[in-house]
Ligand binder design. Structure first.
Ligand code: ADP
Ligand code: MG
Length: 203
């Protein structure tokens, strides 16, 4: 979560720029507010288990982000955390399955499917890539985000633009790739330390 917050801090302006083309120019500031609150909440009340970390992060996103992305990412993290339960240690396979369930909850809440030009266009290939590696997941999510450019938005604010949403990368798919990239960075590092060097690391 700390690496995700650092990535959001780094990319917030780009996310808002993408949202200014097909939305209301707040996606970066929404996530910045949300992840700043997540970082503070986790520092103030550090949970004992990974599942509880994700559930607290999800609740915090829901309560601090007004835009559509707050409830959607909040649901992703809450549901993933719930699947992990109270185990103090989580295997890669358990995390993969939990994230799969989390992405399913996002699809259910938002009623979107891949191809609708939303965060699911990165999340769905991303979680599929987890069965190969964390890095493969990050790359699949990146590719999914880039592939939203020619799509016409069918969900969310961008759908109001109809044909005019074509030709722009979806902000939420872009942030989803960023978050899965942060997961890959953390997994490759093999610990939960968030340093400036790690934030600018291998990617
Ligand atoms: P808002 O659209 O309320 O201003 P944000 O700008 O923070 O919220 O987030 C916009 C992003 O949310 C979109 O780029 C899209 O990826 C995602 N999104 C919007 N609606 C949905 C939905 N129904 N299902 C999945 N993702 C969605
Ligand atoms: Mg917006």
């Amino acid at each position: 979560m700390a690496t995700a917050a650092t990535a959001v801090e780094r990319e917030a302006d780009r996310l808002t720029e993408l949202d200014s083309a097909i939305g209301d120019a707040d996606h970066g500031s929404n996530l910045l507010r949300g992840f700043t609150a997540v970082r503070a909440a986790l520092e103030e009340h550090p949970p004992a288990a990974p599942g509880a970390v994700l559930q607290l992060a999800g609740r915090t996103l829901i309560s601090t982000v007004g835009g559509a992305s707050g409830p959607l990412y909040g649901t992703l993290l809450r549901r993933t955390g719930k699947e992990l339960g109270e185990d103090a240690e989580v295997s890669d396979e358990e995390l993969r399955k939990a994230l799969y369930a989390g992405v399913g909850a996002v699809a259910q809440l938002g009623g979107a499917a891949p191809g609708d030009k939303t965060m699911l266009d990165a999340l769905v290939p991303g979680v599929a890539g987890l069965s190969t590696s964390y890095r493969a997941a990050g790359e699949a999510a990146e590719n999914g985000a880039r592939a939203t450019v020619p799509l016409r938005a069918r969900k969310g604010r961008a759908s109001y633009l109809g044909e005019r949403s074509v030709g722009h990368q979806d902000p939420g798919a872009t942030s989803a790739a960023l978050l899965l990239g942060a997961l890959a960075d953390t997994a490759e590092r093999g610990d939960a330390t968030d340093t400036a060097a790690a934030g600018d690391g291998a990617r």
